[in-house]
Design a protein around this ligand. Structure first.
Ligand code: NI
Length: 188
């Protein structure tokens, strides 16, 4: 049996994060499952992680993992999405703080659609369609952006709302992130 590998996280500036990721032709193929196993091992090794997109581990394919913890208004277990698509359900947008493994040490306020509908294929090839709201919708949008070469910084409308995570914890929202491991925000 193959032991999954813990992969290195790519950081802003790596061209793989700026490119358009390829569609996965066969979600059930062994090579697809090898990628997913490595991504899961990497995410689990990281601990507090809201999501991980394949380009963040240097794999230019449309595969995303995400989870919504209970304290963030939902309880979505670690979910694997292949070839995800999403669309807003209405025009409502909201701003909230986001961090990203590929932009370590920073946190910024990002406007996102509040209500979305999204679809994806599972590793078994099943087609799933679901609606999401709030943090759940935010995570899906953040991760899907990684598949289209976009980081949250490119979605920000005011760079005054960018901070180092340490200063954020100290001055902006003391206590907000205290439950997170490594003093990090929910990294995506
Ligand atoms: Ni990210």
């Amino acid at each position: 049996m193959r032991v999954p590998r813990i992969l290195k996280i790519t950081r802003m500036g790596d061209p793989v994060l700026a490119g358009i990721a390829h569609e996965v032709q066969d979600p059930t193929a062994p090579e697809t499952h090898r990628i997913i196993d490595d991504m899961l091992a990497t995410a689990i090794d990281f601990g507090s992680l809201a999501g991980l997109a394949a380009p963040q581990v240097k794999i230019p394919y449309r595969i995303v993992l995400f989870t919504v913890p209970k304290e963030k208004g939902g309880e979505i277990p670690l979910t694997v999405m292949i070839n995800p698509r999403w669309e807003p359900l209405d025009d409502e947008m909201a701003e909230d703080w986001e961090g990203c493994l590929s932009v370590p040490g920073l946190i910024g306020r990002v406007p996102r659609y509040v209500n979305i509908r999204y679809s994806y294929l599972t590793p078994k090839g099943e087609a799933i369609k679901i609606e999401a709201h709030g943090f759940h919708a935010r995570v899906v949008q953040h991760e899907c952006d990684h598949l289209d070469g976009k980081l949250y910084l490119q979605r920000m409308t005011d760079m005054a709302n960018l901070a180092f995570t340490e200063e954020f914890i100290k001055y902006i929202r003391p206590g907000k992130l205290s439950q997170e491991k490594d003093s990090q925000t929910n990294q995506k």
